[in-house]
Design a protein around this ligand. Sequence first.
Ligand code: GLC
Length: 730
Amino acid sequence: MTDIDARIALTGGRDFWNTHALPDADLPAMTMTDGPHGVRLQVASADHVGINESEPATCFPPAVGLASSWSPAMLAEVGAALAAECRALNVGVLLGPGMNIKRSPLCGRNFEYFAEDPLVAGELASALVNGIQSGGVGTSVKHFAANNQETDRMRRDSQVDERTLREIYLRGFAKVVRSAKPWTVMCSYNKLNGVQVSENHWLLTEVLRDEWGYDGVVVSDWGAVWNRVNALKAGLDLEMPANQGHEDAVRAALAAGEIDEATIEQAAGRVEAMVRKAMAGREGATDSFDVDAHHALARKMAEQCVVLLSNDGVLPLKPETKVAVVGEFARTPRYQGAGSSRVNPTRLDNALDAIQALVGHEVPFAPGFTTAPGQELAADAHDRAIAVAREADVVLAFLGLGESHESEGYDRETCDLPAEQLALLKELLSANPNVVVVLSNGSSVLLPFADKVRAIVEGWLLGQAGGSALADVLYGVVNPSGKITETIPRRLEDVPSFLTFPGDLTGVRYGEGLFVGYRGYDAARTEVEFPFGHGLSYTTFDYSGLAVTATDAGLDVSVTVTNTGTRAGREVVQAYVSLPSSRVERAPRELKAFADVTLEPGEAAVVQLPIPSEELAYWSVLDGAWIVEGGTYTVEVGASSRDLRLSAEVALTGNEPVRPVTLNSTLEEAFAVPGFAEAIGGMVSGIFGEDDPDLMRMMAAMPLAALVGFSGRPESEVQALLDALNAQNR
Ligand code: GLC
């Protein structure tokens, strides 16, 4: 193989999961595989949708669960464990975390993503990347970018205005790239504003590399490259999986002068550097990992992810409480999503066994309904469920979405729980009003029964140890502290993206713009079932002493949190910022900092919530830059986006550029700039008589060019006046 052939080879996979080896360069092949919440290493037949088996590995909670912990520290711990398993299985890069914004609860892959908010997504993805890479294993933050649905995912054109793209869909990726330096970024399948992402030079080079300073490898999603020559020119480095035709096309393009060697070498060099980093990371690697310790970590993680949505005091249960367990999910847990992220778990706990172990005896159980296609259900299943419910003090109804209801590759048509489950729940409630619903689902479901049941525990998907974690929460062995990172709406029609998701063959227009998730529900003042950031505890927390100070670096925010209940607990404190006087469109409030704190009963602690300036900036399309507006900001701190306990105001000068006044400026804009009122006030009163406030209000939006026309003065004279005044203000 000639040298240039070797370099071209490096820009594509050797097979489904491996890069090319270059023996002459002492460069071995390197394995990249999924992720994100466990290692899916296939040694026999390979696929990218989780059909063929893979080696046993710890199945940690998928992103929907991990995110509900709001704990970067916990995610870093999981990352370190994932790295240990990658090293044991000789995997150089783990394909994750997935961090696309949850634009609609219908997206089939939401289980694999963190949040409807870019700060949560960015902070948690960064923690996971740092955790994994601290173990000498690379990551692949995905899917870059605006891949927020599964419908027609390999072709559909995501049409997103630049401000929305920057502030919502790219912001989390920018944070991870700058703070955690992922070894690879995975480019997505879709188009973005008319250009296939794998060939999108603006995204892959101008934004990712030139603006964000990224120097790692851009790897394609599997099968996302349509033309490797165009992709290499756009800034992609590695096409996966192997594609001999595309490799030959690069060779032909080079011979024809359609691509230069430098471009090929740039990509090949990055791939080689990545493989050598992985080689270094394997120093001292063993071929095993501590299965029990990782299972224990998966359980500890899952316990932090469980969200107590509602509770009238029925929880925590006492061991002597006479319970009945209804629902197949209690016996056959739904613990991860379907598709490329499907892990072959080393163990699998279920809630039914965990509950029976906890109370020390068998408890009545009825599956009640099927959770997967082809599952057998006894003819009397329904009656059996009602019968056990009738005899119990409390009924634990394990409901949720089966693997076929939501998956990579397709989106949901509805936000409802399956009809047979809702029907059964209705009958359970008739038989016994003391029902606690326990949910297993990868994305928000509608909860029309929320005010009819005594408590709702949202388990999301909790990984292989989730069953034990749920039992621990139900019986109070663990005090729940998770909080939702996606709004649970009252109606699907209330979702801000409802009208445009998932689009059609002409593309998907992100018509709600910035107003995705809680930003949209708050702007439209829409009632929701449970708001972004919500989650209860078995104790209570008081907030006091909010302090907000402007500094050169941004805002210093601190608040005292006190555990006012009778048991230890962890609180996720959230800080939201708004600018009521803003001159640009904004959501009513945006999350700008969060931190968790664990407190004993009666204990208080000061929680720091620093907000860096870049988090306060909006993307000014006018200036093509991030701008912090001057003005008086409101900082609200609380336990969720709609449980805001304290607020404070702080003035910021901001960094808005002094924009020159032009003939296109309005009268109002011109009068706001020093010196202009004196200079052109005469012209205005000459046209409209003495200053008349009402008249001025009517004229405020008039461009100066129109005024010049009315004034009869030559435009050149007015332009000279503007130039002089702009020079003074520069
Ligand atoms: C899949 C997924 C991606 C995964 C890759 C390899 O199609 O989109 O997340 O890492 O292919 O399985």
